[in-house]
Design a protein around this ligand. Structure first.
Ligand code: NDP
Length: 240
């Protein structure tokens, strides 16, 4: 959308990077909040180093940009995972995941909501996970992603009459640098996961970005409070 400003978290690599690139291609100006700068800051992109696990810093950075620009498009993409069985997961790890996966999206929405309400237009897309349906070792990750899906529905209802839509995407396994680092393409476990995906392959960051941009579209005003699985059919069932 020409001239519109979007705030994307975790836009320096992986899925977030693909979202930034796609939004720029679609004509948005994009503010990228991540800790580390991308390899290349693209024309139309503004990078701000923010640790979104730090609530004070997150609120300050968001209020600062909200005072400078009408941010009518928000993509809460940054997320983190600690994997651990019930008996091993620590409160510190749970706190980390709550802070990044749930609190940061709330703080960012609080900062940009006044402009959305004033303009009677807003698009919010939260990136959850298929693990929100339940996955072994994902007490904190699955719990916070399911929590984000629940917050999405509440935010959708609270803003529904104001031209604002709030939706979520739950990706299945997407081949990002992070995913490949912990799932080597030739490892037996990786092959097993790949073979269990109905479409027979992992997803790409661009495919998630496409779904994000569908929700961001001006023409998507009748879609709100929805959770879309971008997972190659895994949320429906596994093959084999
Ligand atoms: P990556 O780890 O590749 O990228 C995460 C991005 O978030 C990076 O840009 C990172 O930048 C940023 N980030 C992480 N922690 C913080 C922080 N404390 N403050 C600011 N920025 C932060 O992740 P993916 O692209 O794989 O995942 C993106 C989203 O998609 C996440 O929410 C994830 O849970 C979700 N997802 C991913 C799946 C997959 O298979 N890849 C499957 C299901 C869901 P930096 O470290 O520089 O801050």
């Amino acid at each position: 959308m020409k001239g519109a400003t979007a705030l994307v978290t975790g836009g320096s690599r992986g899925i977030g990077r693909a979202v930034v690139q796609r939004l720029l291609a679609d004509g948005y100006e994009v503010i990228n909040f991540s800790r580390t700068a991308p390899k290349e800051i693209l024309p139309g992109e503004i990078f701000e180093s923010v640790d979104l696990g730090n609530a004070k810093r997150t609120r300050e950075a968001a209020m600062d940009w909200a005072a400078k620009k009408d941010i009518l498009n928000l993509v809460n993409n940054a997320g983190m995972i600690h994997v651990g069985k019930i008996e091993d997961i620590t409160l510190e790890q749970i706190d980390d995941m709550v802070a990044l996966n749930m609190v940061a999206p709330l703080l960012l929405l609080q900062a940009v909501l006044p402009a959305m309400r004033a303009q009677k237009f807003g698009r919010v897309v939260n990136i959850g996970s298929r693990a929100g349906l339940g996955k072994s070792g994902r007490t904190g990750y699955g719990g916070t992603k399911a929590g984000l899906a629940g917050m999405t529905r509440t935010w959708a209802l609270e803003t529904a009459t104001q031209g604002i839509t709030v939706n979520a995407i739950a990706p299945g396994p997407i081949e990002t640098e992070l995913f490949t680092a912990s799932n080597h393409p030739d490892a037996p476990q990786t092959i097993k996961i790949r073979e269990s995906i109905p479409v027979g392959r992992f997803g790409t960051p661009d495919e998630v970005a496409h779904a994000v941009c569908m929700f961001m579209d001006k023409r998507a005003g009748f879609i709100t409070g929805q959770l879309l699985y971008v997972c190659g059919g895994m949320s429906v069932g596994l093959t084999g």
